[in-house]
Structures are given as C-alpha cells and as structure tokens.
Design a protein around this ligand. Structure first.
Ligand SMILES: Cc1cc2nc3c(=O)[nH]c(=O)nc-3n(C[C@H](O)[C@H](O)[C@H](O)COP(=O)(O)O)c2cc1C
Length: 351
C-alpha cells in the first residue's frame, strides 16, 4: 500500500503489469460512447489508456468477426487500449480475451459492475462480483489465456449491506489481476448518490501490489491530483465528467503532468473541441451514421448555451455534415447562457 504523501511534484506515469502508461488518467468504458473516434480523441487529449465499451464474451466467441468489427474495432491511433468483456464463464471469458488480443487489445478488463437487469440476470456484471470465488476463477482463466495484463472494474458491492470490494480486489490480485478499478457506488445505487471515495480508499489499502483506479464523479482536476498524490488511488477513470467537456480531460492530464491546469476553458474552446470530435465521428462512421451518432454529443455541447431549448429541438433534424456545420455555427453565435456552462448529468449507463 502506498503511504499517504505530501509530495507536491507533478505525477507522471503509471505501470499496469508490463504496460507503462504516460499518465494515470484514463477514460472509463461507456456503452454507446467510447467508440473508436471517441477513444482516439481521448488519446489526443493525452489520456494514458483508452477502453472500449463492454462486449459480451458469449457474442464475441460465437461471432468473433461480426462483433469484433462493431465493438472491437481497435486502431493504432488509440493505443494503448483496453477491451472490456462481460460474462461469467471462465472458459468463455478466456476465449473472448484471446479474440480481444488478436484484435490488438493491450489489456483486457472484466466488467464486474454492470447493474442492468438483462446482464445481472445472467449472473454477469455486478452479479458476478457477488461470487468472489467464481470471479477469481474467471480472472485466473483469462490470465492464463492471454499474454497481456488482465484487470477488473467493480462497484463497492451489491448494496450498502454487502460491500465486498476490498475482499474481491484482494482475491483478484491473488488470481493474477494487474489492476482494479473501483466505481464508488453499489449496484443498487446505479448512478445515483455520490461516489464514495473513502470506500475506494479501503480497496487501495486491501491490495498489496497492484494499482487501484478510482471511478465516480471525477469532475474536478485538482481533487484528482490530490487523491493521487495522497495515495488514495493510483489513478482515475473519467466518465460522465468529460461528456461535452473535452477540456476537462485535457486540463486534468496537463495538471498531473506539469502541475499547471492551463488556461480556464471558455465556451468557444469547449465547443471547438466538441466539433473536432463530431467531425472525426463523421469521417470514421460515414456521413449518415456518423451524424446520427453525433446527436447526443451535440445535445451535451448545447447544455448551458443561450437559447438551449430552441437549439436542442433542432438536433433531431441533423442528417448531414452540412446540417452539423450549420448548427455548430448557431451554437457558437448563441454563446454561453446566463447560468454559465454546466456538465450534463446522464445516468443510463451499464457499468
Ligand atoms: C452511458 C454509460 C455507459 C457505461 N458503460 C459502461 C461499460 O460498458 N462498462 C463499465 O465498466 N462501466 C460503464 N459505465 C460506468 C462508467 O464507466 C463509470 O464507472 C460510472 O459512470 C461512474 O463514473 P461517473 O460518476 O464519473 O460517471 C457506463 C456509464 C455510463 C454513464
């Protein structure tokens, strides 16, 4: 366990197994969000590791080409990249991990936090995390099957009466895990309430050697830096905090690397970064699909804009790059609203 420190030097990289990562700021896996253009853009913002959304191991093993093309489309521009798998059968998870590595994954992560009924009913995600022995068997099988580090992302427990993250993390470390990420909420909380960083710290205390990454409400760069510096966690994964706010990701990475947060981001600079991401989506997915997939990102960028309701109503009519360019100019012209910019709260996730 790392001792709490008072060292104020900038924090640099983090090692996960043999992988040396340039910063301990990663992006969290998010279904429907962390696709290849998103990951590539996050990498451009300087993150240490990108991650795919969760992929069902059973589907991947059944139809590797079909699923891999859609969910495990990994490119050199986003590396190092983690592929996240969800499932509960040791052999199936091991086979799926091999497909991930064949696709170019630098690390494979097990989803132990997904709260959605269709996943927990199958004994996967947050349901698997209730069974520590079984989860350790899954980890062991995967570690044996692939030459890259295997990690896991868990919640604190099923509910407030069954917090088991410290015990689970210790068992996973013994089973060969190279790191764990802890989302400081229980399965029953889903995305409500605050992420409990005291509980995350307990996990850090419970493991002996492996890094622990924290997740949940990562929205304040200085707090991130403080938590890492004090040894509460070794790194963090950013999730909703970066939606509509690439500046947050970039400035957090900068703060950790240099001790300097950089200039206070303004509405224009946020919007410019958002537009670069939208354009990358269109280039990657093609105009029709790309613009459709962009819509939710446009809605997040509009938050806090003057006349937001009117602009939001136009999003459903976005079909072409020209539509996107036109709306961008209108958002830019409208500028920041009187309340100032604020981050969207978005709660329908899977982890
Ligand atoms: C839309 C959405 C999709 C998510 N998908 C996944 C996923 O595929 N795998 C996973 O482990 N966590 C998933 N999560 C959980 C996040 O990775 C993260 O742990 C969680 O949002 C807490 O962080 P936050 O409070 O900073 O958003 C998802 C979250 C959201 C909002």
């Amino acid at each position: 366990m790392a001792a709490a420190g008072t060292d104020s030097r900038p924090q640099t990289g983090l090692s996960i197994g043999p992988l040396r990562l340039r910063t301990p700021i990663f992006i969290a896996p998010m279904v429907g969000i962390t696709d290849r253009p998103f990951r590539a853009f996050a990498r451009e913002m300087g993150v240490g590791l990108t991650c795919t959304e969760m992929t069902a191991a059973a589907a991947l093993v059944r139809a590797p080409e079909e699923v891999a093309v859609r969910l495990l489309d990994l490119g050199p521009e986003e590396r190092p990249v983690a592929a996240q798998l969800v499932g509960n059968d040791p052999q199936m998870m091991a086979d799926a991990a091999q497909v991930c590595v064949a696709q170019g994954a630098d690390l494979v992560d097990i989803n132990l936090g997904c709260p959605v009924p269709k996943v927990v009913r199958l004994g996967s995600g947050a349901a698997l995390a209730r069974e520590i022995e079984r989860t350790a068997q899954v980890m062991e099988a995967m570690v044996r099957a692939v030459p890259v580090p295997v990690t896991a992302k868990m919640r604190l427990g099923w509910d407030q009466h069954s917090i088991n993250a410290p015990e689970l993390a210790r068992a996973l470390e013994q089973a060969g895990a190279s790191a764990v990420t802890v989302h400081g909420r229980t399965r029953c909380q889903k995305y409500t309430g605050d992420s409990d960083w005291d509980q995350i710290a307990r996990v850090k205390e419970a493991v002996e050697r492996i890094p622990v990454l924290g997740s949940g409400d990562v929205r304040d760069a200085r707090l991130v830096e403080q938590r890492i510096r004090q040894g509460v966690v070794d790194g963090v994964v950013v999730a909703r905090g970066m939606l509509g706010d690439w500046d947050f990701l970039e400035s957090t990475v900068r703060l950790l690397a240099s001790g300097d947060l950089g200039p206070e981001p303004d509405f224009e600079s946020r919007l410019r970064l958002a537009k670069r991401h939208w354009d990358a989506m269109v280039t990657h997915h093609g105009e029709q699909r790309g613009v459709r997939l962009c819509r939710k990102f446009v809605v997040w960028a509009i938050k806090g804009c003057a006349g937001a309701a009117r602009l939001r109503a136009r999003v459903a009519d976005l079909f072409t790059q020209a539509d996107l360019d036109e709306l961008y100019e209108e958002i830019r012209a409208a500028g920041e609203g009187p309340q100032g910019w604020h981050r969207p709260v978005f709660t329908s996730g899977e982890g």
